[in-house]
Design a protein around this ligand. Sequence first.
Ligand SMILES: *Cc1c(COP(=O)(O)O)cnc(C)c1O
Length: 216
Amino acid sequence: MSIADNLIEIKSNISDNVQLVAVSKTKPIKNINAAYETGQLHFGENKIQELVSKHDVLPKDIKWHMIGHLQSNKVKYIASFIHLIHSVDSMKLIKEINKQALKNDKIINILIQIDISNDGSKFGFSIDDINSIIYNNELSVFESVRINGFMGMASFTSDKNLIRNQFTSLNKLFKKHRKALSLNILSMGMSADYKIAIECNSNLIRLGSTIFGERK
Ligand SMILES: *Cc1c(COP(=O)(O)O)cnc(C)c1O
């Protein structure tokens, strides 16, 4: 099936309140254009250099999502145009995003990445850390960063119960803090597990291979 067919198929099976981010990492410009021509506007990348060079040449109404680990010293390259940073995993990074947002005279929207898999390979704050992070008094001085919600990745496993438990734990955290922090985005689910994620209340899924085909 073509990229356009894949997108139509996926969108016909998810409800309108779930946002689809097309993860275009490693894929060429022509594939992104094929998706864009169907009306897809939200794209995700995980490397700064690739994100910047794609942003430079593609239509300016594309909304770019940074979904990979982000080093503080690279925030400056994306601050002017980034739509949402999903992978915020340290106070140092929040501080730098605030600084770059101020420089660009804008608010930068972020998600706090939570390590729900606990398998040692993923970045993110632990669920236990989160109170001290998000209710940190320091955070109130970061007036140019807006926390929109949480992002998490489940373990790479065929154990659906384990995946469901991990997504459920993040949904619990989301529900607990949603009102107090005015959160509206729960970013969970990739090609292999997005259906489970949506059942666990995800409203933003990040799909790469089911749209663009396997990556090499
Ligand atoms: C690569 C990636 C995805 C998409 O993965 P697929 O399995 O191809 O859908 C989603 N989220 C993050 C954080 C990624 O790095």
